[in-house]
Design a protein around this ligand. Structure first.
Ligand code: SAM
Length: 277
């Protein structure tokens, strides 16, 4: 069967064996099973199967059929589990019922979403993925770098993120329009608090504005002035200049004060009503 790359599924097949080998060399040492999202024509899968058991999710039925034939033996032996479906339909809390490392050349149209889900997934221990270079930079940037973003804070809150190497478009068939990069996140904990993620969205909403201006769109300005003072933060600080630990402190202090006020109002509604007049 002749396979044409389908744009809607983000299909750019990695054909450069030197790059495939570098991905394999970069795998964190572990005995865990590998989850691969989007095995495509199976080039990376083949290399992974030399040392690992693999669970692979592929959305494209044509490719799935081809993979079923190509890896018939490994599927029979139970070394490869091939799931022919949209990976996002299978991802509730965890993508697998055992601990795993995610290793994949991701479809770029959902790559950010997939990495965020993997950061939340308690069974996922390491993430080694190829994605758009720009997105890899956002996940791996350090404070004060131009690319430092909510994604950097989330990755650093979960573990250590590093951009390992850049891959040029001509390593793929068909070549993508952008440069790619391999990103490694070694997780130490899982992201759990959805509200923290929403808080970061607000903090980085307009990256060129000051942090306090962004936050003031959601939180009372007097409270922010007070907390910035307590933390010794200049009111001119921009979102990319604060560190990950500052974001956690800010969030905790805002939450404590706001939750405390809500509790007070609930316990003493009369006082709250007269205050509001
Ligand atoms: N791993 C192959 C390689 O390195 O050549 C293919 C990578 S290609 C960039 C992305 C792959 O992800 C394609 O095979 C595509 O069909 C698959 N894919 C896209 N969206 C998906 C989804 N939501 N769930 C599972 N697979 C998906």
């Amino acid at each position: 069967m002749k396979i044409e790359a389908k744009k809607r599924f983000g299909q750019n097949f990695l054909k450069d064996s030197a790059v495939l080998e570098r991905i394999i060399q970069s795998m964190p040492k572990s005995d865990r099973v590998v989850v691969e999202i989007g095995p495509g024509l199976g080039d990376l899968t083949q290399k992974l199967l030399k040392t690992k058991d693999v669970i692979a999710f592929e959305i494209d039925r044509d490719l799935c059929h081809l993979l079923g034939q190509k890896f018939h033996k490994q599927i029979q032996e139970g070394r490869l589990k091939l799931v022919c479906a949209d990976v996002l339909d299978h991802w509730d809390k965890s993508l697998a019922d055992q601990e795993y490392d995610l290793i994949a050349n991701l479809p770029y149209y959902v790559a950010t979403n997939i990495v965020l889900k993997a950061l939340e997934d308690p069974k996922c221990k390491n993430i080694l993925v190829m994605l758009q270079k720009e997105v890899a930079d956002k996940f791996s940037a350090r404070p004060k770098e131009r690319e430092f973003s909510s994604l950097s804070v989330l990755a650093q809150s979960s573990g250590e993120a590093k951009r390992l190497f850049i891959v040029q478009p001509d390593s793929f068939t068909p070549p993508p329009k952008v440069d790619s990069a391999v990103l490694l996140i070694q997780k130490k904990r899982n992201l759990e608090d959805k509200k923290f993620m929403q808080f970061l969205k607000i903090a980085f909403k307009q990256p060129r504005k000051t942090l306090i201006k962004n936050l003031a769109q959601e939180y009372p300005k007097e409270l922010l002035d007070q907390i910035f003072g307590q933390l010794g933060l200049k009111p001119t600080i921009r979102p990319h200049e604060a560190t990950t630990s500052i974001y956690h402190r800010l969030y905790e202090m805002l939450k404590e004060t706001i939750d405390g006020k809500k509790r007070q109002n609930r316990d003493n509604p009369d006082a709250a009503a007269s205050h509001a007049k």
